[in-house]
Ligand binder design. Structure first.
Ligand code: ADP
Length: 547
């Protein structure tokens, strides 16, 4: 027997339609590439996204056609989010920090038909456009009078001139909620990038989940600054959750330095911000010497890489801001776990609470997770046993777009497919998951694993360390030994020996790194994560002092 409730497909157009009707005056503020502040609201975003939909219809683009963007976080990008997906096309966000050859590879793999880009990225478009035969229309996200006369891009139109002739009314099409809505390629740290192809259903379920109190707790009382880019995994789904709940959105545009981000947080009364640790590192480094404080910011979600304990403490003790540690992946839309305390933890001493906050957190309803050994046997949830982390759920990929080499899923005894995350983790009795390593970064010394994240976190808690990466170096007796590669804070004075001494008592003796290598910078990937593959290449001639 079926229930007797209305069967309405979960479509992205319904979110923006709802935003227009119920919180149309909710603000959307963007720092533009031009440097000025632009003010819009949910009603304007909705009306202009309808013009976008008309514009795509006028070009006779079909349902499922890929419309690519190479753009910062901003209102025009947001209008494309809703106009493209709402009208049944697929929004393909491309990471502009990738090498132009990789950008061209991705455009051709996705067979994009339209590409909309911020003027900052004109040089990338000039480098790739002749290699991308499927793209028929190039749109510069600017006013008509800002369009360069001699760009060299055939038929280049300005976004404003393109949408201007179209009406602000549009009847969004109805279709199956499993229809593809957007796509994002993984950063491709191993091999060619692969694309996750999200659906309307997965996006809406993820948007509901992301807004839950134990997740990002997004509401109409928030002013949210997503520093996480709209070009990578839909800014962690924040644009959708914000439109759903009516929170104010503040976009940083291209100005991602610590000073600009801090100023925007203050001038726009931001209550909640989201970013990867490297972004916050820059902001805290700007704030401390200037004695700056926050007026309204009360929480920030940090994920994408392990959040160093020192950062959680600095946010809490120096600025009164709660850090919510999050874990996710492109393949998970991206949220998998978030770290919030349970009622029984509230009476624990601060130090005990901190031990929990450092973990990557509890699974969000919708995500099921387990850890398994090499033979696929499930490991206990005791906070000690570690294994490969597998997940499943309605916003986890089942396959990659035009994937080669079969399904990525691992079948269990009941025939259920689990996605292997490539992370190694523990899960404790309360369900808190903690990542110890990326499986390819695991360090094995004398048959025992050493968590590179633990070693990095200890270095990061030293007052003079700006950034730290732990890598394993081949050793004839122990197989591998850890070393820690460190970027010092400006003016910091400490030696290799002092840092090694600092490790004593903070970790088992055999886990203390064999060496400290000081460097000017650690290579970062397109999403701001440390690129250990590149770091290992740079260290290829390095010899352990203990040999
Ligand atoms: P890619 O898969 O190309 O590296 P993603 O942005 O999807 O790009 O990265 C997902 C990976 O990032 C996770 O599998 C995990 O290794 C790492 N990661 C994400 N959040 C955290 C976190 N809070 N702590 C540790 N690692 C994290």
């Amino acid at each position: 027997m079926f229930g007797l409730m209305q069967n309405q497909p979960l479509l992205i157009s319904s979110i923006i339609e709802f935003a227009q009707r119920h919180h149309g005056d909710g603000e959307v503020v963007s720092r533009r590439v031009e440097g000025d502040i632009h003010r819009s609201n949910w009603a304007q975003i909705a009306l202009r996204s309808k013009r976008v939909a008309h514009g795509l219809d006028a070009w006779k683009l079909q349902s499922g056609d890929r419309i690519a963007t190479l753009a910062w976080n901003g209102y025009r990008h947001l209008e494309l989010y809703f106009g493209v997906s709402g009208s049944g096309r697929v929004l393909h966000t491309i990471n502009p920090r990738l090498h132009p050859d990789q950008v061209a590879w991705i455009i051709n793999h996705a067979q994009d038909q339209v590409l909309a880009f911020d003027m900052t990225f004109l040089p990338i478009i000039q480098a790739v456009h002749s290699k991308c035969p499927t793209v028929q229309h190039w749109i510069a996200l600017c006013d008509a009078d800002k369009l360069p006369a001699d760009s060299g891009i055939p038929n280049l139109v300005s976004y404003e001139a393109w949408v201007k002739p179209f009406p602000e009314t549009y009847v969004w099409p109805k279709f199956d909620e499993n229809t593809a809505s957007s796509m994002c390629y993984t950063s491709g740290t191993t091999g060619n990038p692969k694309a996750a192809l999200y659906s309307h259903r997965s996006t809406i379920l993820h948007a509901y989940a992301a807004a839950l109190p134990d997740v990002m707790c997004i509401s109409a009382r928030d002013a949210i600054l997503p520093v996480v880019p709209m070009f990578h995994v839909n800014a962690w789904g924040i644009p959708y959750s914000a439109a759903m709940t009516g929170s104010k959105l503040v976009f940083p545009g291209a100005a991602m330095d610590g000073k600009s981000i801090y100023e925007l947080i203050e001038s726009e009364g931001v209550t909640f911000a989201a970013g990867v640790p490297t972004v916050w590192q820059m902001m805290l480094s700007h704030m401390k010497p200037h004695g700056l404080k926050f007026t309204k910011l009360n929480r920030t979600v940090i994920g994408g890489s392990a959040c160093p304990p020192a950062m959680i403490t600095a946010f809490k003790d120096d600025y009164g801001v709660d850090v919510l540690h999050a874990w996710g992946m492109t393949e998970l839309s991206p949220l998998g776990t978030l770290c919030t305390l349970k009622n029984k933890h509230l009476s624990l001493p601060e130090a005990e609470q901190m031990k929990i906050r450092l973990k990557q957190g509890r699974a969000i309803f919708g995500i099921d997770m387990k850890i398994v050994d090499d033979a696929g046997n499930e490991q206990p949830h005791d906070g000690k046993a570690y294994g490969d982390l597998l997940v499943k759920g309605p916003w986890v990929v089942a396959d990659y777009y035009h994937g080669e080499g079969g399904s990525p899923l691992v079948q269990d005894a009941n025939g259920e497919g689990w996605f292997p995350t490539g992370d190694v983790a523990t899960i404790d009795a309360d369900g808190y998951m903690q990542i110890t390593d990326r499986s390819k970064d695991v360090i094995k010394s004398g048959g025992e694993w050493i968590s590179s994240i633990d070693i990095e976190n200890i270095a990061m808690s030293h007052a003079g360390v700006l950034m730290a990466a732990c890598v394993g170096i081949k050793h004839p007796k122990w197989d591998e030994r850890p070393i820690v590669v460190v970027v010092k804070k400006p003016d910091a004075q400490f030696s290799r020996e002092e840092l090694l001494k600092y490790y004593e008592g903070k970790t088992a003796k055999w886990q203390i790194p064999d060496d400290v290598v000081f460097v000017e910078s650690i290579p970062l990937g397109a999403t701001g994560k440390m690129l250990k593959t590149k770091l290992r290449e740079q260290l290829k001639d390095y010899v352990l002092p203990t040999l």
